[in-house]
Design a protein around this ligand. Structure first.
Ligand SMILES: Cc1cc2nc3c(=O)[nH]c(=O)nc-3n(C[C@H](O)[C@H](O)[C@H](O)COP(=O)(O)OP(=O)(O)OC[C@H]3O[C@@H](n4cnc5c(N)ncnc54)[C@H](O)[C@@H]3O)c2cc1C
Length: 384
C-alpha cells in the first residue's frame, strides 16, 4: 500500500505556464502570496514558446478596436519596469529591445493602405513618421530597391518569449512560488466557490484558481458551464532563420503580408499566418507564403539558414479583447484570450490578476477585459 496523496495548500493555483500564467504566478508570488503554477507540458509549451515577441502597439493599431489599442499601450508602458524587475529577480534577460518598427509598402496598393494606417496612427496620437523610399533604405539598406515607402514607429520593440518564459520560471522560484509540470489538473468547485484543483498527486487546495490555459482554456477539466470562456484557437505559423553574422535588418520590418523580427544574435523571425483552425501542423503552403512575403521586402532572407518552422495556437475571443477578471465562480479568475498580443499584455494582466488575488481592484486600464461581457458575471461583487 502506498502513502495517501499529500494535500497541498496555496493561496493561489494558476493553470497554464504560458507567458500569461507564468507572469501572473510571478507577480502573485512577489506580492507575498503562496502560489503554484501547473502545466500539463512545461513552461512556454503553448503559443508563448512559438511567438515572435513583438511589443508593438503602434504597428498593431490596425488589428483591433481602440479598446485593444489602449490596453496594448498601457501594457507597453509597463514593460520596461516589468523587464527590469524580472531580470533583477531572475538574473536573466528577456531580450527586451526597443528597436522601433518600419512598416513598408512594397507596391502601390500597399502604399495606399500605409497612408490610411499612418493617418489612423496620427489620429491616435501615436509616434509614427512617414518615410520616403530612400529614407527607408537609409535606415535599412537591405530593403528591396523597389519599395514604395514606409512608416517608422520608433517606440515599438520586442522580447525573446522563450527567454522570457525561462526567466519567469526562475523568478517564480526566487519569490517562493512553485512550478509543477506534466500534470493536468481538474478544477474543484463546492457551493459555487472554487476550492482548488485535483491532480494525480493529490488535491491542491487554493482560495483562488487562475485559468491561464491559453487556447485550451475552455477545455480544462472541472470548469462549470457558466465559467467556460469563449476562447477559440487561431493558428499561426512562423519561421526562424539564422544569419551567420549580423541580421539583415536592425529593426522590426512589416508589410501587410508578414513581419520580420531581427535579433542581435543573428536570429530572424518571420511571421505569421492567421488561420481559423486548431491544429499545429506546419504546412508547405504556410512556409512558402511567409518566405515569399519576407523575400519581397528583404531579399537577403533567401540566403539565410532556415533553422526552425513552428505553429502555435493564439487564444482568441469573439470581440478580440482578452478575458481578465473574476468569473461567476467565486475564486475562479480568468486570464486568457490574449490572441495576437499575449506577450505584450503580460505585465498588465499579471499586475491585474495579482491585485485581484490580494483582494484589490485591477487597474482601470483593464476594465475592457472584464469577463462579464462574455460569460456570466460574478454573483456578488467581490469585496475590495
Ligand atoms: C505565431 C505566433 C506569433 C505571435 N507573436 C506575438 C507577438 O509578436 N507579440 C505578442 O504579444 N504576442 C504574440 N503572439 C500571441 C501570444 O503568443 C499569445 O497571446 C500568448 O502566448 C498567450 O499566452 P498564454 O499563456 O495565454 O497561452 P499559452 O502560451 O498557449 O500557454 C497555455 C499553457 O497552458 C497549458 N495548458 C493547456 N491546457 C492545460 C490543462 N488542461 N492543464 C494544464 N495545463 C494546460 C499549455 O500546456 C500551455 O503551456 C503570437 C502567437 C503566435 C501563435
Amino acid at each position: 500500500m502506498g502513502q495517501p496523496p499529500k494535500e497541498h495548500s496555496y493561496d493561489v493555483v494558476v493553470i497554464g505556464a504560458g507567458v500569461i500564467g507564468l507572469s501572473c504566478a510571478w507577480r502573485i508570488a512577489a506580492s507575498g502570496l503562496s502560489v503554484a503554477v501547473i502545466d500539463r507540458a512545461g513552461p512556454g509549451a503553448g503559443a508563448s514558446g512559438v511567438a515572435a515577441g513583438m511589443l508593438a502597439p503602434a504597428t498593431e493599431a490596425d488589428f483591433g478596436g481602440q479598446g485593444l489599442l489602449a490596453l496594448n499601450l498601457a501594457s507597453a508602458a509597463r514593460w520596461p519596469g516589468f523587464g527590469a524587475d524580472l531580470s533583477e529577480r531572475s538574473g536573466r534577460e528577456a531580450g527586451h529591445v526597443q528597436s522601433g518598427a518600419l512598416t513598408v509598402a512594397v507596391d502601390r496598393d500597399d502604399a495606399e493602405e500605409l497612408a490610411r494606417l499612418h493617418a489612423f496612427q496620427l489620429d491616435l496620437d501615436l509616434d509614427a513618421r512617414m518615410l520616403t523610399r530612400s529614407e527607408c533604405r537609409e535606415l535599412e539598406p537591405g530593403l528591396a530597391p523597389g519599395i514604395a515607402g514606409g512608416v517608422l514607429t520608433p517606440e515599438d520593440g520586442f522580447v525573446e518569449p522563450r527567454a522570457l518564459a525561462a526567466a519567469l520560471a526562475v523568478a517564480i522560484d526566487a519569490d517562493g512560488g512553485e512550478l509543477i509540470i506534466a500534470m493536468e489538473p481538474e478544477i474543484e468547485v463546492t457551493g459555487g466557490r472554487v476550492t482548488g484543483v485535483q491532480t494525480l498527486a493529490g488535491p491542491f487546495k487554493a482560495d483562488n484558481v487562475v485559468l491561464a490555459a491559453g487556447a485550451w482554456s475552455a477545455e480544462v477539466a472541472g470548469l462549470p458551464p457558466e465559467a467556460i470562456p469563449p476562447v477559440r484557437a487561431v493558428k499561426g505559423q512562423i519561421l526562424r532563420l539564422r544569419a551567420s553574422g549580423a541580421p539583415p535588418a536592425s529593426r522590426i520590418l512589416r508589410t501587410p503580408r508578414c513581419y520580420i523580427v531581427p535579433r542581435a544574435g543573428g536570429e530572424v523571425v518571420i511571421g505569421a499566418t492567421m488561420e481559423e483552425r486548431g491544429d499545429s501542423h506546419v504546412t508547405a503552403g504556410g512556409v512558402r507564403e511567409l518566405l515569399e512575403a519576407a523575400w519581397e521586402v528583404l531579399p537577403e532572407t533567401d540566403e539565410l539558414k532556415l533553422a526552425e518552422t513552428a505553429a502555435g495556437l493564439r487564444p482568441a475571443t469573439p470581440d478580440g479583447l482578452p478575458l481578465v477578471g473574476r468569473s461567476a465562480i467565486d475564486g475562479l479568475i480568468l486570464a486568457t484570450g490574449h490572441h495576437r498580443n499575449g506577450i505584450l499584455l503580460a505585465p498588465s494582466t499579471a499586475d491585474g490578476v495579482a491585485a485581484l488575488c490580494n483582494g484589490q481592484a485591477m487597474d482601470t486600464a483593464l476594465a475592457a477585459c472584464d469577463p462579464a461581457r462574455l460569460v456570466a458575471a460574478p454573483r456578488v461583487e467581490a469585496s475590495p
